[in-house]
Design a protein around this ligand. Structure first.
Ligand SMILES: [Zn+2]
Length: 261
């Protein structure tokens, strides 16, 4: 078993440890390691119908040739600043869904994200499929922590790890000041799947071509919210090429609406 496989297996154990019997106090905070082969992709079509996978209709977006860049699972001391540099070079705004357990020690990066004009948002305290009770504890905890780091209230956007929402969790989020519930995505880049260079989940033509896959998906959808992870080196290394190709294809970048949020 390679180290990466081992980390992945540990991650699955952490996920499994947080089943229905899990409470907020008996699970350790779990975050993805950098370049770990796990992301927020949803397995199976059934999960796609649950709240949290798609972008809720309360978030009004113009998807005609417009992409809304989002980066999950950070902040990453290794990659987030590199991604910020690429975004600045392209004048592209983005939303960073930060994992609460990743905030300690990375507070300066969080402030740099906002200072660069991007949105700082919540990606739950611990990167697991939370129970409703856990979310009831974690949602206000991360709101308070992000607000403390930024010195003011952060925008009220939240994304579930793995898009793992439910009707009950949506109610918890609204009570905690996330009025839209979970923010999903339209395009999944599968960047985590490309961590080792080849992604078996991608179509054969793109299995070893991350940039080609992202462009193919972008063309297929024509606009919308696009999911990356700022803990993935493959994203940090290829983002400049991707944004350059998207610009050449005539696409624009915008950020999620912040008025009233
Ligand atoms: Zn995630």
């Amino acid at each position: 078993m390679t180290l990466r496989r081992m980390i992945w297996a540990v991650g699955l154990v952490a996920l499994g440890a947080c089943g229905l019997g899990c409470t907020a106090d008996n699970v350790e905070d779990y975050v993805h390691g950098e370049d770990e082969e796990m992301g927020d992709s949803v397995l199976g079509e059934e999960a796609g119908a649950a709240p949290g996978v798609r972008v809720p209709s309360t978030v009004t977006l113009d998807r005609r040739g417009v992409f809304y860049l989002t980066f999950d699972d950070g902040p990453s001391p290794r990659y987030t600043r590199r991604i910020l540099q690429v975004l600045a070079a392209h004048r592209a705004p983005a939303t960073f869904f930060t994992t609460g357990a990743n905030l300690a020690g990375n507070e300066a990066i969080v402030r740099e994200i906002e200072a660069a004009g991007h949105i700082v948002a919540s990606h739950q305290w611990s990167h697991v499929v939370a129970t409703t009770e856990q979310l009831r504890t974690w949602a206000p905890r991360q709101r308070a922590r992000l607000d403390e780091i930024l010195g003011h209230a952060h925008t009220r956007y939240f994304r579930y790890p793995y898009g793992s929402g439910s009707t009950a969790k949506e109610a918890v989020l609204r009570e905690a000041g996330y009025p839209d519930g979970g923010i999903g995505w339209d395009v999944d880049t599968l960047d985590w799947c490309y961590a080792s260079g080849t992604c078996s989940r991608a179509p054969a033509a793109f299995r070893s071509n991350f940039t080609g896959f992202v462009m193919s998906e972008a063309r297929r959808r024509g606009g919308g919210v696009i999911l990356f992870h700022d803990i993935q080196g493959v994203t940090a290394n290829n983002l400049d090429a991707i944004l350059t190709q998207m610009e050449a294809a005539g696409y624009r970048f915008a950020n999620l609406p912040t008025a009233g949020r």
